[in-house]
Write a protein that binds this ligand. Structure first.
Ligand SMILES: Nc1ncnc2c1ncn2[C@@H]1O[C@H](COP(=O)(O)OP(=O)(O)OP(=O)(O)O)[C@@H](O)[C@H]1O
Ligand SMILES: Nc1ccn([C@H]2C[C@H](O)[C@@H](COP(=O)(O)O)O2)c(=O)n1
Length: 231
């Protein structure tokens, strides 16, 4: 059985959205592992297509150039929460998609409607084939990709908390510039025309500013279990 756990509960689809650094990936991975569900990092898919555009010399400032080649790269996501993978045309890009260059360009690439259509299809297909259910995290999962998800969570945290988390991760990167870069990406992701970063009306909002990661994971696991038992 996928992801190890022997389960009898019906498949459950969980959508977790929110801005950068709110804890979506860490929380989603842990919740999926704990509950025997698959896990999909949709940001990694947008990063992967951005990496391909950069590698192939596509002008990131030209949406029509991006749109013209959006169907070309083959992006494959492995959904085991213990070892998520991402490849482009068979190449493991899990490292290269985290570079500063990709991070600074991903909002522009992901704003192109042809890119979103392509990646959204991949996401829906992976969610539909997850036998035990799946935790899918991103920006538009509850609003656009999986509007019928069983549970929708919207994670938030103050810009200060998010910047502190990120600069800890980046081994002491400057707090002020990290905060500015986060905010710049949030603004771009929230203001694009096609499926912007947004909280679905029926999402449960969890402010993680003063919570430990363990507390956030416990909170989400409880919400999933309540959903499953119809509470
Ligand atoms: N509640 C928390 N308290 C402290 N640190 C946390 C908390 N949640 C996550 N972190 C840490 O913050 C960093 C960012 O978390 P994570 O990558 O899960 O966020 P994210 O929302 O997925 O960000 P992005 O959208 O940019 O990928 C990680 O180093 C993670 O360990
Ligand atoms: N559902 C999604 C997920 C991600 N994106 C875009 C916008 C983000 O800035 C970028 C990288 O995501 P991260 O790795 O930081 O989670 O990808 C999106 O538009 N929609």
């Amino acid at each position: 059985m996928e992801n190890g756990a022997a389960r009898t509960a019906p498949a459950v689809i969980v959508a977790i959205d929110g801005p950068s650094g709110t804890g979506k990936s860490s929380t989603s991975k842990a919740v999926a592992a704990q509950l025997g569900l698959s896990y999909l990092d949709t940001g990694a898919q947008y990063r992967a297509i951005t990496w391909w555009m950069v590698n192939n010399g596509i002008d990131i400032a030209d949406p029509s150039a991006i749109a013209a080649v959006a169907g070309k790269p083959e992006i494959v996501s492995g959904t085991d929460p213990a070892a998520p993978t991402i490849t482009v045309d068979g190449t493991d890009v899990s490292g290269p998609i985290r570079t500063q260059e990709v991070t600074s360009k991903v909002s522009a690439v992901s704003a192109v409607p042809e890119v979103r259509t392509r990646i959204t299809e991949l996401q829906r297909s992976l969610a539909a084939s997850a036998q035990n259910g799946i935790v899918v995290e991103g920006r538009d999962i509850g609003t656009t990709v999986l509007p019928d998800a069983d549970l929708k969570i919207f994670l938030t945290a103050s810009p200060e908390a998010r910047a502190a988390r990120r600069s800890g991760e980046l081994k002491g990167a400057d707090l002020h510039s990290t905060r500015e870069a986060l905010i710049k990406r949030d603004v771009a992701d929230s203001n694009r025309k096609t499926s912007p970063l947004a909280k679905a009306d029926d999402a449960v909002e969890v402010d993680t500013t003063d919570l430990t990661l363990k507390q956030v994971i416990e909170c989400v696991v409880t919400l999933v279990e309540e959903k499953r038992t119809g509470q």
